[in-house]
Design a protein. Structure first.
Ligand SMILES: Cc1cc2nc3c(=O)[nH]c(=O)nc-3n(C[C@H](O)[C@H](O)[C@H](O)COP(=O)(O)OP(=O)(O)OC[C@H]3O[C@@H](n4cnc5c(N)ncnc54)[C@H](O)[C@@H]3O)c2cc1C
Ligand SMILES: NC(=O)c1ccc[n+]([C@@H]2O[C@H](COP(=O)([O-])OP(=O)(O)OC[C@H]3O[C@@H](n4cnc5c(N)ncnc54)[C@H](O)[C@@H]3O)[C@@H](O)[C@H]2O)c1
Ligand SMILES: Cc1cc2nc3c(=O)[nH]c(=O)nc-3n(C[C@H](O)[C@H](O)[C@H](O)COP(=O)(O)O)c2cc1C
Ligand SMILES: [Zn+2]
Lengths: 405, 955, 92, 192
């Protein structure tokens, strides 16, 4: 049987009017902006904070992602920050007093070619030495772990094995955002919706405030957390960033009795699927090659996705697509985020999480808050500085996943 | 008695051939023309599975795609019984909003079609038919789409007249004319599920599913149409929505329009004693039809204090009591409704006066109408809340589209016909045809309705909204007024939050019927002045759920993805090759002999290559003819090394980088003539390299006189490798002087083989052995392969696959792009400084000077020899600097194994690895900690482990 | 599925094309003369506007020609199409 | 055995197949020459002379010259298709027209094979996997296109109004395309 979702808390957040100024103004009330606000208060006692959101709170990519959480990344810097996030996820429901259905059901990354196998094993070895749980499964072990995966050697791209991260899993995206929002609100932080930042107030080389659709708001520091919209904001300051915003789509089926006990990702065949708590299959589709701000992509992506899904999961043939949607993901040249200060004083940047930033939410917020509060990069954030594009010290996660959910 | 609720006559049924079906294990009969829902109602069955979470009894509530309760499992899960056509032998099980996936694999075929149309009309009701007719008469390619088995839309459920005849005769005449008109396609049983950019429509056609178990599986179950339309007419009608009052989910509470459908279209009596509740004119027709069918209509409850006089009069004449300014405030009944409680409503929608209870087994409800704007919204058209109609209606179009009839809030039949006709003509005209709106025949049907009085929320007789847990807002999700209230009390203001907090509108029906009601309820509880302030959630496709298999189409199983094979493939398959997928190619990995595993086969193949002669099909390499006066200059810009100075008839190995300086591809290029180079690429990158070259030529250097032509499949290529390869070649090409002097390493010759085949033979080597690559037009590939094997027979020639190829090249320290590199590796990292020209510009050169790229301590390619000669390091194993470094986690890693093999030639295992400061560590030890806890030590060496001087290759 | 008008072949579905990102970004005439920061701008930084965007497409499955398009990144409307090498059109 | 007898086409084992109103067969070994040169220049004129017909300059059209078909592939690119064995002679003739020009002629006869799909149902079969508008108002004999059928790149050439199409497909994709077409042809309700 599927489950009714757990009860929400009776109280979530206020709907305040903006004050004239704040110590810190965070632009964007997605998961990352909200987590940043929360950790500014929790870790640094900074509560004179506003989170400005152009639409409804957590209505951007936070409302749209396939909720996969894992930390089995290849590069040291990525593995470190995602593993930090995973550790935070493990205690966050209790800390935030909100059961947001964090479920450590494991994530399988399937290998279909010898190249995939090499990459998978490389990642398993690196993860284990990095202190991240990782296993290599052969096809029989894959079948045992997820019986509905087609492990027949007869298919076009047989499953040759998989990496498994047992501690990985999913969480209910909206509820995560609300849990963070609720605590941030309780610290006295103003979450201001329907408030779009349309410009910046500058004093020489410094940013001292923002212009919004609800008037000018002064700010000691301005922290961008606007995901796919970051470049349009940075453009207002003449700051060009190595970011491209692309449509990324996802879809859900109707509610189904439990059939899929874990999370399966396959880069080669292009499938990312889990079964959410209520019972719907949640599936990510391919990223569209072109730039797009329309929160929708091209339908052939969905059709390819379905063909691929049926290769791996013949049992899904009769399931139905109930709803499709798109988000706007901000992609960097090395598929890794940018976190840190900018050439403009008091302006901070956290973006470029692309197709995979949900899983990082708590760590992203925490290291960003630390960077903002102290004015120096948090050690986990340091490798993700903007300078890497000049020095060439890229953190290339392309090998790890075409769409790195 | 069978079908006790079936009317004696009428309906769109074929009564001559009753069909049998089972529902939850019980057998019933019905008629072709029935839906599962209508047949159940005919048998007196209204109750379906209880609700998912609260286990409330639930019944069939609608007659269409908006059905929230009657979900069933037939072959597929979660079909609405109101959309399942009855057929003999149908067996359905009711579902509580939760489907079950059948383990048995689904063999049904699904088809796709790509279409183009001048005018697509969606909806085959009066408006759509009129539009299609107008467009079709102009000669425009017209597609008429309707999701029902037959055309007519709302006319199928009434008794309108058009042109002085029963409306369905008009429908039939229009259908006949359309069928006879060239360039018209009528798609019934076809749902437009998506409206995308540039008038791209997706239409899901049900082809044979309704026939039951497929007689001919080849005629697919479904078909997905992709239609690019110049102009679109949306005539999708309107949805009637429910009303929110206590107990509004009880079986027997049904949409008033659905009741009318059941009576007139399906000849079914959904109840025997009815109460009708309405906010608008339309349900009067239902009440009158019920009365005419002999149903006792206990009351017609109209929220409006002053219902239109003519309607009220007609009701009274039919013996129906009209209770004006009132609403149903509650229902009773164990499962099915047994009575409705009715009270008067004050102008502010509060209750006043006494409550009256009327016995009934049917409560027909019309909470109002909302145009079906789903596709309009998907097309990015804007919506506007029309206060008079109390509904969101289409406002500004964003594409070449118009909405007509009920889909834009026009509810009178004459208006629907008029708008349809005009829109069809307009669309055809804009599509470039001469079209005139045909005259609209006179009609008798719904007149322009009087204004409705929407009552979004009928208060309970007591208590506060916080406690109204039986006022269902989204009954499939069991979400109530209390839930909405709770979300708002928690601080939520946006409908998007309330949707996600309560899950309203996210169920199988996507809130098709209840969505507008939910907006109304939310606006009431938020204290908004109008639903306009609340707005809608986003309309997303698909309009109705579609199966994964339909979207996958034919590209399943063997057709999922092309399998690319070479001209020699039949031989490989016949000779037991084990294949490896390389991109879309199937390449032989090794050729096991009986009893051999891969290791044994590969060792044998390697020994043959190093000891005698071996042959490999290397036809999959990408091949490009680069031709033109500037070909050399062009390649100089693309490769890190120089090609302009290459002698005609000679070959050279090259590496190309991306602008960021990282290795992109490598391969050997032969200069065939002054202006003609024959360039080869890795198998996986063939298409990417061609695109890359074209991109630079067309967008950066159009002044260069160079043309690139892909000849990958023009040429089949056979590598003949090993010390005895020269002898084999001599035999194969008797006219060619194969001597060392006449045919040196890195040159190419044209020759005619002994069997007459013309060949381009290159003396190049990816194995470090004396070797030749024989290129022939691919239709000769198999013949040449067989000739090579025949010529080599006396030398013990051995076919070998990619695995042996990998071992041979690794023994020589030759990297494989993508295996020993990963997008972060420069040519220098591979130890190939020699290939990076100092004195010319080439793509990527500037990047080598960047701080990180110029770092001295980068990871570089080296060889590894495990101390234990039998220990095979896993590819991907991470390396640490010394045994004591194993503290942590995290453990500091200095590199990883990229390639690792057993070598027949070396009599031991070896590996290639990328290691931090690797070249400075030659002679030192590094360690690979393995998951099984062992720590494997290996000595760092030069990557070239065999014949470093190249004597064998040059021999 | 975008409908893109190849300047040669006419309107074809998006899947026949290959996306090439921002148009009119010339390869620096003398890369060696650039600072690391300037080179990084060329390598990695492209416009990412919300609105009309001058971008490149190649008719990969058709005539294989590269050409330039001005497309609105929110509505996906294609506002102009022209062969490679022409200057960027002015879109009001 | 002559050397021609040693040739194998990618679909040599494909029997001619009839479906409902549609026929599929391979035509192996057609001559195919890829020609690149500037349109409208001297070379183009000389090529027209030696071939007896102008290279089409209207995109996606074909001109006939005896048993040769000259297919437009790009603004400066054509595919010259002729019967088996015509390559050496045709190539020789064209080469005489090219000296001194920025031009390029490559024999790609073995690069692709040809499938012929014909009959009243042929268009419907193609429309199951090809998004091109093949309606006679848009695509007629004399038109050609490079496009996708299912996941495969093809050069599509309509020979007559039956309709009869040629699909020129690279050898390695030929098997998949044939399998795909055969599957599509097995649809029993082909027309309509
Ligand atoms: C379909 C899809 C699937 C995905 N799947 C996964 C997955 O499985 N796992 C995973 O880890 N990640 C996944 N991701 C990525 C993940 O969703 C994002 O990386 C992450 O949500 C980005 O951070 P965020 O939550 O802060 O962004 P968002 O939620 O997008 O927040 C940015 C906010 O900024 C606001 N904003 C923008 N401009 C302004 C302005 N001018 N003024 C005020 N406010 C502004 C926006 O409205 C928005 O609410 C997926 C993304 C998509 C689209
Ligand atoms: N008096 C009233 O309040 C009232 C209200 C509604 C309708 N009506 C009457 O109903 C009729 C409306 O005529 P109409 O032509 O505008 O609408 P219609 O309801 O008669 O026809 C719409 C048709 O479109 C189909 N359809 C809807 N969405 C579709 C999709 N996505 N794909 C395929 N098919 C789809 C429906 O199944 C239906 O067959 C008139 O006779 C009108 O008088 C009256
Ligand atoms: C993990 C996840 C599960 C979802 N489950 C459902 C669902 O069961 N039903 C539904 O209608 N939508 C579901 N959605 C999609 C949302 O309704 C919605 O489409 C998404 O938040 C994007 O918002 P938009 O469509 O309003 O733009 C789900 C979304 C996510 C990310
Ligand atoms: Zn083109």
């Amino acid at each position: 049987m599927s489950h009714e979702l757990p009860e929400h808390p009776d109280w979530l957040w206020r709907t305040p009017d903006p004050k004239r100024a704040y110590d810190v103004v965070i632009v964007g009330a997605g998961g990352h902006g909200l987590a940043t606000a929360y950790y500014l208060a929790r870790d640094h006692g900074i509560t004179d904070v506003a989170v400005l959101e152009r639409g409804w709170l957590a209505g951007g990519n936070m409302a749209r992602n396939t909720t996969i959480i894992r930390s089995n990344y290849l590069c040291d810097a990525s593995a470190a920050i995602y593993e930090h996030a995973l550790k935070l996820w493990e205690t966050l429901p209790e800390e935030l007093e909100y059961d947001f259905l964090f479920s450590q059901r494991g994530v399988l990354n399937l290998a279909h070619t010898l190249q995939d196998v090499r990459e998978g094993i490389r990642r398993v070895h690196a993860n284990r030495l990095g202190g991240i749980d990782a296993q290599w499964l052969d096809p029989d072990e894959v079948r045992a772990f997820c019986p509905i995966v087609n492990t027949s050697p007869e298919v076009r791209y047989p499953v040759l094995g998989a990496t498994l991260q047992p501690r990985a899993g999913i969480a209910k995206h909206d509820h995560v955002a609300w849990a963070l929002a609720r605590k941030a609100d309780a610290y006295g932080i103003d979450l201001i919706q329907g408030c779009e930042v349309t410009g910046f107030v500058r004093d020489g080389e410094r940013v001292v405030g923002v212009e919004t659709t609800r008037g000018r708001i002064g700010a000691g520091r301005v922290a961008l957390a606007a995901a796919g919209h970051t470049s349009t904001l940075a453009d207002l300051l003449g700051l060009r960033l190595p970011l491209q915003s692309h449509p990324l789509q996802a879809l859900v089926s109707e509610l189904l009795e439990p059939v899929h006990p874990t999370v399966v990702m396959s880069n080669h065949v292009h499938v990312y699927v889990s079964q959410a708590h209520k019972g719907e299959l949640v599936m990510g589709a391919g990223i569209d090659s072109y730039n797009g701000y329309g929160q929708r992509g091209s339908f052939h992506q969905i059709e390819h996705q379905m063909a691929a899904a049926l290769e791996l999961f013949p049992i899904f043939a009769r399931a139905h697509v109930l709803r499709t949607w798109g988000g706007i993901v901000d992609v960097t040249p090395d598929a890794s985020p940018i976190i840190g200060s900018t050439p403009i004083e008091n302006l901070y940047l956290n973006c470029g999480w692309g197709t995979g930033g949900f899983k990082a939410t708590p760590a992203s917020g925490r290291v960003y808050a630390d960077t903002i509060a102290t004015g120096t990069p948090h050690p986990l954030a340091a490798p993700f500085a903007l300078e890497r594009f000049t020095t060439g010290a890229l953190i290339d996660e392309h090998g790890a996943a075409a769409v790195a959910h | 008695m069978t079908q006790p609720h079936r009317l004696a006559d009428g309906g769109r049924l074929d009564r001559s051939t009753p069909v049998r079906f089972t529902f939850d294990g019980t057998e019933y009969t019905g008629y072709p023309g029935d839906t599962l829902a209508s047949a159940l109602l005919a048998n007196g069955v209204i109750e379906v599975a209880p609700s998912l979470y609260r286990r409330r009894p639930r019944g069939i509530a609608t007659a269409g795609v908006d059905e929230p309760h009657a979900l069933v499992q037939v072959a597929e899960p979660m079909l609405a019984a109101t959309t399942v056509e009855l057929h003999d032998g149908l067996s359905a099980t009711s579902l509580p909003g939760l489907g079950r996936l059948d383990q048995a694999s689904d063999e049904a075929v699904h088809d796709k079609m790509y279409g183009h149309a001048d005018v697509v009309v969606i909806g085959g009701g009066p408006a759509g038919l009129a539009a299609a007719l107008a467009a079709a008469r102009s000669g425009a390619r017209t597609v008429l789409v309707d999701d029902q088995p037959e055309l007519g839309g709302a006319l199928l459920s009434g008794h309108e007249e058009i042109g002085g005849r029963p409306a369905l005769e008009w429908v039939e005449a229009v259908r006949a004319e359309l069928s006879d008109t060239a360039e018209v396609r009528i798609l019934t049983r076809s749902t437009a599920i998506g409206y995308h950019d540039q008038n791209y429509l997706l239409i899901a056609e049900r082809r044979t599913g309704h026939l039951g178990p497929q007689p001919l599986p080849a005629a697919g179950r479904g078909r997905l149409w992709h239609v690019r339309a110049r102009q679109v007419v949306l005539a999708t009608g309107a949805h009637e929505h429910p009303m929110v009052f206590a107990g509004n989910d009880r079986p027997g509470v049904m949409s008033a329009a659905a009741v009318r459908s059941y009576l007139n279209r399906y000849a079914v009596l959904p109840g025997r004693r009815a109460v009708v509740l309405t906010t608008n004119d339309h349900a009067y027709g239902t009440a009158l039809d019920l009365a005419a069918a002999g149903v006792e209509v206990a009351a017609l409850v109209d929220t409006r204090p002053q219902p239109p006089v003519a309607l009220a009069e007609a009701a009274r004449r039919a013996g129906i009591e009209v209770l004006a300014g009132s609403a149903v405030v509650g229902t009773s009944g164990d499962t099915r409704i047994a009575s409705a409680r009715i009270a008067e409503l004050a102008p502010d929608d509060t209750l006043r006066g006494p409550v009256r209870e009327l016995g009934c087994d049917l409560l027909a409800v019309s909470g109002g109408w909302s145009p079906a704007v789903h596709l309009w919204s998907q097309s990015r058209g804007s919506l506007r809340f029309d206060e008079a109609l109390a509904a969101f209606v289409p406002a500004q179009a964003a594409q070449q589209v118009r909405a007509v009839g009920a889909a834009r809030g026009t509810y009178d039949l004459a208006g629907c016909l008029r708008e349809g006709s005009a829109a069809g003509a307009e669309a055809a005209t804009l599509a470039g045809f001469e079209a005139a709106a045909p005259p609209v025949p006179p009609s008798v049907g719904d007149p322009r309705p009087a204004l409705p009085r929407p009552v979004w929320l009928v208060p309970a007789e007591e208590g506060e909204p916080a406690t109204w847990r039986d006022h269902f807002v989204d009954s499939q999700r069991d979400a109530t007024v209390a839930d909405v209230h709770r979300a708002i009390r928690a601080g939520m203001r946006s409908i998007e939050h309330i949707k996600r907090y309560t899950t309203i509108g996210t169920a199988h029906d996507q809130g098709k019927a209840a969505g507008p009601t939910a907006i109304g309820v939310i606006s009431r509880l938020l204290g908004a002045s109008s639903p306009a302030e609340v707005g809608t959630t986003t309309f997303r496709g698909p309009y109705t759920p579609v199966s994964f298999a339909l979207l996958a189409g034919r590209e399943r199983g063997g057709l999922f993805d092309p399998v690319r094979t070479t001209s020699i493939h039949p031989w490989h398959a016949e000779h037991g090759a084990v294949f490896e997928n390389v991109g879309q190619w199937k390449r032989p990995r090794y050729y096991p002999r009986p009893g051999e595993d891969m290791d044994a086969a590969v060792l044998r193949e390697c020994r043959a290559a190093r000891g005698a002669v071996a042959a490999m099909d290397v036809s999959t390499l990408g091949k490009i003819d680069v031709i033109g006066a500037d070909a050399g200059a062009f390649l100089d810009r693309v490769y890190t090394n120089g090609f302009a100075g290459l002698a005609v008839g000679s070959a050279r190995y090259g590496i190309m980088c991306r602008p960021d300086g990282m290795v992109f591809d490598d391969g050997v290029t032969v200069r065939l003539a002054d202006d003609h180079y024959y360039l080869t690429t890795t198998t996986g990158n063939a298409a990417a390299v061609l695109d890359w070259l074209e991109e630079w030529l067309q967008t950066e250097w159009p002044e260069l006189r160079v043309h690139c032509t892909s000849v990958t499949e023009q040429w089949a290529t056979v590598a003949v490798v090993g010390p005895e390869s020269r002898a084999v070649l001599a035999d194969l090409a008797p006219d060619l002087d194969v001597s060392k002097e006449a045919f040196p390493f890195m040159t190419a010759r044209q020759a005619t083989l002994s069997n007459g085949i013309p060949a381009r033979i290159c003396r190049i080597s990816f194995s470090g052995e004396l070797a030749y690559e024989i290129n022939v037009p691919s239709w000769y590939g198999l013949a040449v392969w067989e000739a090579v094997l025949a010529a080599g027979e006396g030398h013990g020639i051995t076919p070998y696959g990619t695995e042996t190829m990998h071992v041979l090249r690794a023994e020589k320290g030759y990297p494989i792009v993508g295996q020993d590199t990963d997008g972060t590796v420069t040519p220098q990292d591979l130890g190939m400084e020699w290939i990076v020209a100092k004195h010319k510009q080439f793509i990527g050169k500037r990047s080598f000077r960047r701080a990180d790229t110029a770092r001295a301590d980068r990871r570089r390619l080296v060889g590894l020899l495990p101390l234990d000669r039998a220990e095979l390091l896993p590819e991907g194993a991470q390396l640490i600097a010394d045994e004591t470094a194993l503290t942590g986690p995290p453990v500091r890693m200095i590199g990883h194994v990229t390639s690792s093999y057993r070598s027949a030639a070396l009599g031991r295992t070896f590996a290639l690895a990328l290691v931090e400061r690797g070249r400075d560590r030659i002679g030192e030890k590094v360690y690979a900690p393995l998951p099984d806890g062992r720590l494997v030590a290996a000595t760092v060496t030069e990557p070239v482990l065999l014949d470093p001087k190249g004597a064998r290759r040059d021999g | 599925m975008l409908l893109i008008a190849c300047p040669w072949c006419g309107e074809r579905d998006e899947v026949e094309f290959h996306y090439g990102g921002q148009a009119h970004v010339a390869y620096p005439s003398d890369p060696e003369a650039l600072s690391d920061a300037e080179w990084a701008q060329y390598l990695f930084v492209r416009d990412n506007p919300k609105g009309p965007f001058a971008e490149r497409w190649s008719h990969a499955a058709g005539c294989r020609r590269w050409f330039n398009v001005v497309r609105h990144t929110v509505t996906h409307e294609i506002l102009a199409v022209h062969p490679a090498g022409r200057p960027k059109p002015v879109i009001a | 055995m002559t050397v021609d007898g040693l040739r194998r086409s990618p679909l040599g084992d494909l029997p001619e197949t009839l479906g409902h109103g549609v026929r599929l067969r391979e035509i192996p070994f057609l001559t195919q020459l890829n020609l690149r040169l500037a349109p409208g220049g001297g070379a183009a004129a000389r090529v027209a002379e030696v071939l007896g017909a102008a290279l089409p300059t209207e995109p996606n059209t074909v001109t006939d010259s005896g048993d040769l078909r000259l297919l437009w592939l790009g603004p400066d690119e054509w595919l010259i298709v002729g019967p088996d064995g015509a390559a050496p002679d045709t190539e020789g003739r064209i080469r005489t027209a090219l000296p001194g020009e920025h031009a390029c002629l490559v024999d790609v006869s073995a690069n692709r094979t040809t499938l012929e799909l014909s009959g009243p149902g042929a268009r419907t079969v193609l429309e199951k996997g090809c998004a091109l508008d093949l309606h006679p108002r848009a695509f007629t004999p004399g038109r050609c296109a490079q496009t996708l059928v299912s996941k495969v790149n093809v050069v599509l050439d309509q020979l007559d109004a039956e309709p009869r199409y040629r699909l020129l497909v690279r050898g390695s994709f030929a098997r998949y395309l044939a399998d795909w077409l055969l599957d599509a042809m097995s649809d029993t309700a082909l027309i309509g």
